[in-house]
Design a protein around this ligand. Structure first.
Ligand code: PLP
Length: 458
C-alpha cells in the first residue's frame, strides 16, 4: 500500500481562515513604484484627474503607498466565497512523473466560470463602481478572459457592462463572446462604428480586424461620453495587484498551516497582476528582512518585456489616451508576431513589479511557446487540469526547476501560480498538435525600432 501522504493533495482553508484584508506590498517597498503621469503635462496624475477615469475608492487604492492592509468589504468577501478559497495543490503526480525530489505546489485560480484569477479584481472594481452609484463600466478584451470576469461581476451587482472585443477574437472566439452575453454584457466588435475613434480607424483601415489598443481607445471614449460610466482595466495597475494579493495571502496561509517554506515562487507575467498578487506577502517578508525567496517571472520569448525591455515611462495603451506608466516596456506599438498563441501579449509590465525587478528582488526568464505547450500537455496528462497557455509559462519553469533538483538531489519546495484553464484555447492547442506552431523571437533590430518611439520624459 502506498504510504500515506503527510501533506494532503489539496490544502484548503476554512471559510473563517480566508483573508479579511488585501496586502499592499508598496507599504514595505523602500523604492516606491513611479507615479502615473498625465500624458499632456508629464506631471504625476492627481487624485482629481484619476477620478475622471476610475471610481473614487479605486483612486485612493491606486495612490496608496503607505497602508499595508486594506480591508476587503464584506460584500466582496461574500462573493469570493462562491469560488474561493482556491485550493493549493501538492503536485504529487507531477513530482512522481518527473522523478524529482522537489516538492511542487500550485495555487489553482481556474475554479470559476471566467476560468482565471481575473474575477478577483473584477468583483472589487465593479463593487466600488456600484457603491459610488455609477450606472456601468466599459472595458476592452482581447481573448476574452477579462471581459468574462467583468461581466460576471457586473451581473452580480446589477451594473451595466460594455465590452469592446478585438474584432478578430469576436469572430474567432464566439464561445467567449456568448459567455459574456449570458452574464448580460453588451459585446461590440472593435473597431466599431459606434465611436468616433472606431469610425476613424474603420475609414483609414477598411476591413481591419482590430487591436487591443484600438479597443481600449473605444472603451475609454464611451466611458467619457456616457455620464455614470467609468473605464476599468484588468491588469498592470497598482489597484489590480492589490486585489490579486488574495492569491498570495491564501497561499501563504495554506503553507503556514503545514509549516511549509517555499524556496522558489514562480508565476507567468502578462501585465503582472497574478504574479504580483501571488508574491506580495512573500515579497513583503523579503523586503522586511524576515525571509528570503527566489521569485521568478515567466514571460513569452515573443513578448519579452522584462528580459529585453527597458525601464522607462511609456504609454499604457496603443491609442496613447491613458496615463504614462514607468515600467519595463517594449514600446506601446509593439505587437507580438501573429503566430504567437500563448497570451501574455501586453507590451509593458506592472510598475510595482518593474521597480522590484529593477531593485534585483526578483528574476525573470522568457520561454518559447512550443516548450510552453509541451509543459502544458505534460501537466494536463498527470494532474488532470487543462491549463491556460498563459499559466503554462509558469508550469514550464516549475518543471525546469524541478528537473534541476533531480540532477542535484536538492529537495527544494517550488510554488507556482496556475492562473486558469484553457478550454477556450483549443485553436492554439490544435496548432501545437499539428506542428503549425513556431517560436518567433523578435530581433534586436525590431525591438530597437519600437524602443525609439518611447515618449521622451525628463
Ligand atoms: C490574463 C491572464 C494572465 C495574465 O495576466 P496578468 O495580469 O499578468 O496576471 C495569466 N493567466 C490567465 C489565465 C489570464 O487570463
Amino acid at each position: 500500500m502506498a504510504q500515506e501522504k503527510k501533506i494532503p493533495y489539496k490544502i484548503y482553508l476554512e471559510e473563517s481562515e480566508m483573508p479579511k484584508a488585501w496586502y499592499n506590498v508598496r507599504a514595505d517597498m523602500k523604492n516606491k513604484p513611479a507615479p502615473l503621469l498625465n500624458p499632456g503635462t508629464h506631471q504625476p496624475m492627481t487624485a482629481e484627474e484619476l477620478g475622471g477615469v476610475f471610481c473614487d475608492e479605486l483612486v485612493q487604492q491606486e495612490l496608496d503607498n503607505e497602508n499595508a492592509y486594506i480591508e476587503i468589504p464584506q460584500e466582496i468577501r461574500d462573493f469570493y466565497k462562491m469560488y474561493r478559497p482556491a485550493p493549493l495543490v501538492r503536485a504529487y503526480c507531477l513530482e512522481e512523473k518527473l522523478g524529482t525530489p522537489a516538492k511542487i505546489y500550485y495555487k489553482f485560480e481556474g475554479n470559476n466560470t471566467s476560468g482565471s484569477h481575473k474575477l478577483n479584481s473584477a468583483i472589487a472594481q465593479a463593487y466600488y463602481a456600484k457603491k459610488q452609484g455609477l450606472k456601468g463600466v466599459t472595458t476592452e478584451t482581447g481573448a476574452g478572459q477579462w471581459g468574462t470576469a467583468l461581466s460576471m461581476a457586473c451581473s452580480y451587482l446589477d451594473l451595466d457592462c460594455k465590452v469592446y472585443m478585438v474584432k478578430v477574437s469576436y469572430e474567432q472566439k464566439p464561445f467567449r463572446r456568448e459567455v459574456m452575453r449570458v452574464y448580460g454584457a453588451s459585446v461590440t466588435p472593435s473597431p466599431s462604428m459606434e465611436t468616433e475613434i472606431g469610425r476613424k480607424i474603420n475609414a483609414e483601415h477598411p476591413g481591419t480586424t482590430g487591436s487591443l489598443g484600438c479597443a481600449i481607445s473605444e472603451a475609454v471614449e464611451v466611458s467619457v461620453k456616457n455620464p455614470g460610466y467609468r473605464y476599468v482595466l484588468g491588469s498592470v495597475l497598482n489597484q489590480v495587484l492589490l486585489h490579486q494579493s488574495i492569491i498570495g495571502l491564501e497561499t501563504k496561509a495554506a503553507l503556514d498551516k503545514y509549516d511549509i517554506k517555499p524556496d522558489i515562487i514562480i508565476g507567468c507575467a502578462g501585465g503582472g497582476s497574478n504574479l504580483g498578487g501571488l508574491i506580495s506577502p512573500f515579497m513583503g517578508e523579503k523586503l522586511r528582512g524576515e525571509a528570503d525567496y527566489r521569485i521568478i517571472a515567466v514571460e513569452p520569448a515573443s513578448c519579452p518585456s522584462f528580459t529585453r525591455g527597458v525601464y522607462a515611462y511609456d504609454f499604457a495603451d496603443t491609442g496613447m489616451v491613458c496615463p504614462l506608466a514607468k515600467m519595463y516596456t517594449l514600446g506601446s506599438d509593439f505587437i507580438p508576431s501573429a503566430n504567437h498563441a500563448g497570451g501574455l501579449r501586453y507590451h509593458g509590465m506592472s510598475p510595482i513589479l518593474s521597480q522590484l525587478y529593477d531593485d534585483g528582488l526578483m528574476e525573470a526568464v522568457s520561454v518559447e511557446q512550443t516548450k510552453v505547450f509541451e509543459a502544458a500537455e505534460q501537466f494536463a496528462r498527470v494532474e488532470g487540469i487543462l491549463p491556460a497557455p498563459e499559466s503554462s509559462h509558469a508550469i514550464r519553469v516549475a518543471i525546469d526547476e524541478a528537473l534541476k533538483c533531480k540532477e542535484t538531489g536538492e529537495e527544494k519546495t517550488i510554488v507556482f501560480g496556475l492562473t486558469g484553464t484553457g478550454y477556450f484555447d483549443m485553436v492554439a492547442y490544435e496548432k501545437f498538435h499539428d506542428g503549425k506552431m513556431d517560436d518567433y523571437i523578435p530581433t534586436d533590430e525590431e525591438l530597437a525600432e519600437y524602443r525609439a518611439k518611447l515618449p521622451k520624459i525628463d
